[in-house]
Design a protein around this ligand. Structure first.
Ligand code: C5P
Length: 230
């Protein structure tokens, strides 16, 4: 059974309000995407790596990863699920049904190698797979929209976790789950939700809470700080 890596990088990073997609912003003069990819590829024995890119992407040729023989690219789609599915299709014929696929956000450069190793070792014999996750720290409110949003309820957080990446599933099952969701127009924002929609119960592996997804401008300085301390 082989391990494959997919790093979806076809998003446009609207919430970042930057002049380029967030995976191409720089930390210590390196693209975030390059930091993410080199960390993962140097930390586990992946058989191959597929990076779905936006059809309009013109930054990739300037990346370190474009010159890395371990990395291949394909064209992504309009939603994250489309991008991951296009990468799975590009790996068809190379990967077998039972191989593991790890999917990791391009915008999570702080992923720690120990978390990656623990995810792989804890799930390697599991039939379904699972994901890194962290318990929720804040009190959570259910909100009713209106001119002034109001709290309708406080949600019990004791059973709530934040889904992180990597998320690790079997090649065949993940491809089927994502295809089914896209066919039924079921919105999914991560691979685990597609697997859940297909009736599976993914395993949660507790990961470091500092595996943040760079989303808003203030996350950039935070990620730089986290990386400097690792
Ligand atoms: O937008 P969000 O932060 O959820 O994106 C998570 C990851 O999915 C990012 O790495 C982004 O580039 C990727 N993505 C993609 N294709 C899309 C949308 C997002 O590959 N259509």
């Amino acid at each position: 059974v082989d391990l494959w890596l997919i790093v979806p990088a076809a998003g446009i990073g609207q919430r970042m309000k930057a002049e380029c997609p967030k995976q191409y912003l720089k930390i210590n003069n390196r693209f975030i995407l390059d930091i993410t990819l080199s960390r993962l590829l140097d930390s586990a024995p992946f058989k191959g790596c597929m990076v779905p890119l936006n059809a309009q992407d013109h930054w990739w040729p300037d990346s370190e990863s474009a010159r890395d023989a371990r990395v291949q690219t394909c064209t992504g789609g309009s939603e994250r699920a489309d991008s991951v599915l296009s990468a799975l299709v590009a790996l068809e014929g190379l990967a077998t049904e039972d191989d593991w696929v790890l999917v990791h956000d391009a915008a999570r450069p702080c992923v720690h190698r120990e978390d990656l190793a623990r995810l792989i070792s804890m799930l390697s014999e599991h039939p379904v797979g699972g994901l890194l996750a962290a318990p929720v720290a804040d009190t959570l409110k259910l909100v009713e929209a209106g001119p002034l949003p109001v709290v309708s309820e406080t949600v019990d957080r004791s059973q709530l976790w934040r889904a992180l990446t990597p998320q690790m599933f079997r090649f065949g099952a993940l491809k089927k789950a994502l295809s089914d969701c896209l066919e039924k127009a079921q919105t999914v924002t991560d691979e685990s939700s597609a697997m859940e929609f297909s009736g599976n119960m993914p395993v949660l592996v507790e990961g470091r809470p500092d595996n943040l997804k760079i989303t808003v401008p203030s996350d950039l300085a935070l990620a730089e700080f986290i990386l400097s301390r690792q």
